[in-house]
Design a protein around this ligand. Structure first.
Ligand SMILES: Cc1ncc(COP(=O)(O)O)c(C=O)c1O
Length: 477
């Protein structure tokens, strides 16, 4: 195949790909040409440790997943109007990990399609339209989902809040409306859930309607790796159901065993959603996604007489791949691995927090971790400058992380599940060094500014350092 230089690729991209399709590291984007396990390689063969790709769930290009896809491609690929074993076996497998009532699957091709279909099911079943979603949530790029994704519609140039959409506070006990500094830990979940009750009452009073659905990620990713309080979903589900609505758990980012203890993050909260959506990790990079619901909700489509058809959803290749991902998670004990490595990661982050005052909070479950970067621990004012600096410098060190959250100050770590304790050590020793460097630069900056001298540039460190495998543990630095 034709090999383009990086400059040629960039030039063609600029010309033919929509400018709003943003690149990571826009000033000097990466051209990744292959990947394996938890590493991605650029056109020069340089390796990058991937801490952000929860899509490559069981590792980039997992050989058995790739083989399963290739084998099925050479045999048959067609739509699901023909009987085929792969789709039914995949559905059996997914539902075997769910509460008993969630036994019907609709296969789609992306997380967005899954959430859009979930909305349609909810509207058809309840006959209502009003939706409740969380502040700073993202549920997909389709028009119906931009409408309920505060993360998008609330941007300065966004479409704004539609009349049928209601936004509830992010249940963040660290920097949200109800914080652990002012409220007892055990009351925070109920306080946030009460907001949903009030929204339901308002809809009923003002519009005379019941509500359609409440949708939330079971752990909130774009909102900044937020772990909702233990009783939050139980309380919310109670209020939503009392108002005639149903509850949708978006597991697109956090499902498939990422949290270790359970297959699905909602299980951690001891609740039973009415609809669960999944995607991303399901195909390990191949587009396959699914909506799981109860027979009663699924059958509401029968009342309308509108059949559900999706040309690619649940095709034999996609389902062969999803089944192979399931096999890998089970046979290679990735859930246990996520628990062990995730705990090590959290512990190591806590040790780092003891050294760096800019780490305000460390939170996570399994291999889904967030580091909240602050200017000052007491006020918890977010420090997105520091987070940006870390992002860029980690990239110089060939470690890929991301930052997110309402203030863009949360360092997100959600790597492929093959991530090891050695990888944790490498990430955290590097982060330790970069945070020291940032503090040092900031001090110089402050001294220089106060003397009205030329200031040091702390926004980027141009020096490129090749990535070295660290042999240090964070405990021993
Ligand atoms: C929580 C969540 N739901 C849904 C989606 C949409 O998935 P997709 O990009 O596969 O359409 C995303 C994508 O990032 C997501 O993070």
């Amino acid at each position: 195949m034709l090999q383009l230089s990086k400059e040629e690729t960039l030039a063609l991209r600029d010309k033919h790909i929509g400018k709003s399709c943003q690149l990571f590291f826009r000033k000097d984007p990466l051209k990744i040409v292959r990947a394996k396990g938890q590493y991605m390689y650029d056109e020069r063969g340089d390796a990058y440790l991937d801490c952000i790709n929860n899509v490559a769930h069981v590792g980039h290009c997992h050989p058995k997943v790739v083989q399963a896809g290739c084998d099925q491609m050479t045999t048959l690929n067609t739509n699901n109007r023909f009987l085929h074993d792969n789709i039914v076996l995949c559905a059996k497998r997914i539902t075997s990990t769910m509460p008993e009532n969630l036994k019907v699957c609709f296969f789609v091709n992306s997380g967005s399609e899954a959430n859009d279909l979930a909305l349609r099911l909810a509207q058809t079943y309840t006959g209502n339209k009003d939706m409740i979603a969380l502040e700073h949530a993202y549920h997909g790029h389709l028009t119906s989902l931009i409408d309920i994704s505060h993360y998008k519609f609330n941007l300065p140039g966004g479409v704004g809040q539609k009349e049928h959409v209601h936004v509830a506070s992010l249940p963040d006990s660290y920097r949200g409306k109800y914080r652990d500094t002012h409220y007892k830990k055990e009351e925070i979940g109920k306080l946030y859930a009460n907001e949903i009750k009030e929204i339901c009452e308002k809809i009923q009073k003002e519009k005379g309607n019941g509500i359609c659905a409440f949708i939330a990620e079971s752990l909130v990713s774009c909102g900044g790796q937020v772990i909702p309080p233990k009783d939050y979903f139980k309380e919310v589900y109670k209020h939503v159901r009392a108002a005639g609505g149903i509850c949708i758990a978006d597991e697109v980012q956090v499902g498939f065993g990422r949290i270790g203890k359970h297959w699905w993050a909602f299980q951690q909260y001891d609740v039973e959603p009415d609809i669960v959506t999944m995607g991303k990790s399901m195909g390990n990079g191949h587009p396959v996604a699914c909506v799981v619901t109860t027979e009663e909700i699924a059958d509401s489509f029968l009342r309308t007489g509108v059949e559900y058809f999706n040309t690619y959803g649940g095709n034999p290749v996609s389902c062969a791949i999803a089944n192979a991902v399931f096999d890998a998670v089970e046979k290679e004990n990735f859930r246990e691995h996520a628990l062990v490595v995730g705990e090590y990661l959290l512990d190591s982050c806590q040790i780092l927090a003891k050294r760096h005052k800019c780490i305000g909070d460390v939170r996570g479950m399994g291999l889904f971790v967030g580091i909240d970067v602050v200017q000052d621990r007491l006020s918890r004012v977010p420090d997105n400058k520091c987070a940006q600096y870390v992002l860029q410098r980690m990239r110089d060190e060939h470690i890929l992380i991301s930052i997110d959250g309402p203030h863009s100050n949360i360092i997100k770590i959600k790597p492929p599940m093959v991530f090891t304790k050695e990888n944790v050590d490498e990430v955290l020793t590097t982060l330790d060094r970069i945070l020291k460097e940032y503090r040092h630069n900031t001090e110089i900056y402050t001294i220089n500014s106060s003397r009205h001298k030329k200031t040091a540039d702390i926004s980027s460190n141009k020096e490129h350092r090749p990535r070295k495998q660290s042999k240090d543990k964070i405990k021993s630095i």
